[in-house]
Design a binder for this molecule. Structure first.
Ligand SMILES: Nc1ncnc2c1ncn2[C@@H]1O[C@H](COP(=O)(O)OP(=O)(O)O)[C@@H](O)[C@H]1O
Ligand SMILES: [Mg+2]
Length: 284
């Protein structure tokens, strides 16, 4: 006997927007910290286990729940951004050819968006345009910039990455990038300064902290070496030429991420992630 198919249903979406400020965590006075994402670029750096991937996941959770975001994810480790693959337009793992092809595609979209803006006598994409923001998230730029592929591929990766960071803003194509090694060969000053928001997690030297936050902030008392190893998730966040401020990033457990990623995929595509998370994990 034929079975009756279950009615197809998709949950109501949360209706967040890339043009809404995203919640990152709390500052040292307990006040919420939000950053706008659509036109911003965020650099996340610091020692291993400082909390970089957690911050990138918190940002990705907002993006996945936005009705107007088509994220592109680069994660050579697979497991940090992997749970969000079903909410992404493209997911790049440890594959240099794929990374470069994807960056070239992003560059083409960016060129087209600028041509469209010029044709309409405009200088930036706004929420009213109905265009989706295309955020690119990189967990560990150093892997693509210095480890995978040939030297020529790494150079091409850095050139394309720099172009996306430099020109993506007004085209609503923000970049959120994390790197473990805050060294000058991976983040030259000229590239660092393109990132309006920079989060410095624990560093082992004042020099590394200054590479992230900006020259001489350590002399002024803002140094990520003061963040203890027992304080993961704490960082100095500097925003658009302001003064660095200590904050604690909101933490999503693996179970939270699995539940949110499943919900986001379901809202976006009508399909659940596979495997589904166990129910009620948010209460854990
Ligand atoms: N905001 C946070 N609050 C509490 N614990 C955190 C937070 N961020 C990170 N952690 C802890 O630190 C560990 C390492 O964080 P992770 O984001 O993977 O670091 P990184 O990417 O810098 O190496 C996590 O597994 C978690 O236990
Ligand atoms: Mg990490």
């Amino acid at each position: 006997m034929p079975t009756t198919a279950a009615p197809v249903s998709v949950p109501v979406g949360p209706n967040l927007s890339m043009f809404d400020p995203a919640f990152l965590g709390l500052d040292e006075f307990g006040a919420p910290v939000h950053i706008p994402l659509a036109y911003r670029r965020l650099l996340i750096a610091g020692e291993p286990d400082g909390g970089k991937s957690s911050l990138i996941n918190t940002v990705m959770a907002h993006i996945a729940l936005c009705r107007d975001a088509r994220p592109v994810l680069f994660d050579g480790k697979l497991v940090e951004l992997g749970p969000w693959e079903d909410s992404a337009d493209e997911f790049v793992g440890p594959d240099m050819d794929h990374a470069i092809t994807t960056l070239r595609r992003l560059q083409t979209v960016m060129n087209n968006r600028y041509a469209w803006l010029l044709a309409h006598g405009r200088r930036k994409v706004t929420a009213a345009d109905g265009l989706k923001a295309i955020p690119s998230l990189f967990d560990e730029i150093a892997l693509y910039a210095t480890v995978l592929g040939t030297k020529a591929q790494q150079d091409e990766f850095i050139t394309l990455f720099r172009d996306l960071v430099a020109r993506g803003r007004a085209a609503a194509m923000p970049v959120i990038a994390a790197t473990q090694r805050p060294s000058i060969d991976i983040i030259p000053k000229s590239l660092r300064d393109l990132f309006g928001y920079r989060a410095a997690f624990r560093c082992t030297s004042a020099g590394s902290s200054d590479i992230i936050l900006g020259d001489n902030w350590s002399h002024a008392g803002f140094c990520a070496t003061t963040i203890k190893p027992t304080m993961p998730g704490v960082c100095y966040l500097i925003a658009e030429g302001g003064v660095p401020a200590l904050m604690k990033v909101a933490y999503l457990t693996d179970a939270h991420i699995a539940t949110l990623a499943d919900y986001a995929a379901w809202v976006r595509t009508g399909d659940r992630t596979n495997p589904h998370p166990a129910p009620a994990v948010l209460a854990a």
